[in-house]
Structures are given as structure tokens and as C-alpha cells.
Design a protein around this ligand. Structure first.
Ligand SMILES: [Ca+2]
Ligand SMILES: [Ca+2]
Ligand SMILES: [Ca+2]
Length: 162
């Protein structure tokens, strides 16, 4: 864990030369108020992204309030981004969305008509944050549930106290 954080810190502070020395460097951003760190996983299933987040000492992001949602949208929802995994799921009990971090659900930002557990896609249990390239004209920063076979990048959050 400490070694990993140290590597992230080195990549973030040494800049371009250090970044190109790694095949796929995590681009870490630090929230200016909470000190929590965030970065994107590779393109993975939700469950793979969840496991990658745990391996990094964090969790798929828990979006606790509207300011955090807005900040994440500004950091990660650039041009060409359609969807990113977030750490909310109703895999355990259909219709009851929980954060994988175990933190309580204090805020949601579902898009109109979502979550819908879309039966045409075999049901949907895993949350995504919506970017500008989404094909459904959904509001940027809104959430929806997505199907198990989907492969996306996920947002990892490492809480400061960890
Ligand atoms: Ca959070
Ligand atoms: Ca579901
Ligand atoms: Ca859906």
C-alpha cells in the first residue's frame, strides 16, 4: 500500500518524463478539500474494476454529495468519454443500490428513467457516471445502471485517512 502510494506520488510529481517511462501510468488527481485521491482503472468489467481498486488500497468511487459528483465530472468526463464505473451496485439485492465502500447512500444523481435494470440487456446491476460521448443524450454527470458484460474504465477513490 505505502509502496503503491509512493509510486503514484512519484508519477504525479515528476511529470511528463516519469509518465512516459511507464506503459500505463495512473493519472492521480487529489481533491483539494478532502485530500482523497482518484484515478482511472484500465478498461474492465465492473467487478474487475472493483478488485483493481481494492488492490490499489481504495474502492470504486463513492460519490457522497453533489460537489463531489461535479468535481469528478470536471476531472474525468472529458471529450470522448461515454461512461465510467462508479462504486454503486444492486448486485446483492435487486433494486437496493449500495456503495461497495460500505458508506451510506447519502446522494444519488440517476438520469431520468434510471436505474431501470434494463431487461433487454439481461438486467443491470452496476452504476456508471455519464460522460459527454454517451449515445443516449443523458445529462453529463448523471448516473445509470449498466449490464454485467460492459467493459469500461472505473474511477478509483483512495480515502485520505487510509
Ligand atoms: Ca467520496
Ligand atoms: Ca439491478
Ligand atoms: Ca440502465
Amino acid at each position: 500500500m505505502l509502496k503503491f502510494i509512493s509510486q503514484l506520488f512519484t508519477t504525479a510529481t515528476l511529470g511528463f518524463n516519469a509518465a512516459i517511462a511507464q506503459a500505463n501510468p495512473p493519472q492521480v488527481v487529489i481533491h483539494p478539500e478532502t485530500g482523497n485521491r482518484y484515478f482511472l482503472t484500465d478498461i474492465l468489467s465492473w467487478e474487475e474494476a472493483r478488485d483493481a481498486a481494492i488492490a490499489a488500497g481504495g474502492h470504486l468511487v463513492t460519490i457522497n454529495d453533489e460537489p463531489e459528483n461535479q468535481w469528478l465530472a470536471e476531472q474525468f468526463l472529458g471529450e470522448g468519454v461515454d461512461f465510467l464505473w462508479i462504486g454503486i451496485s444492486d448486485r446483492a439485492t435487486e433494486g437496493e443500490f449500495e456503495w461497495v465502500s460500505g458508506q451510506p447512500v447519502t446522494y444519488t444523481n440517476w438520469a431520468p428513467g434510471e436505474p431501470n435494470d434494463n431487461p433487454e440487456r439481461g438486467g443491470e446491476d452496476f452504476g456508471v457516471l455519464t460522460g459527454p460521448a454517451n449515445p443516449f443524450d443523458r445529462p453529463i454527470g448523471s448516473w445509470s445502471d449498466a449490464p454485467t458484460p460492459a467493459k469500461l474504465r472505473g474511477i478509483v477513490e483512495i480515502d485520505r485517512q487510509n
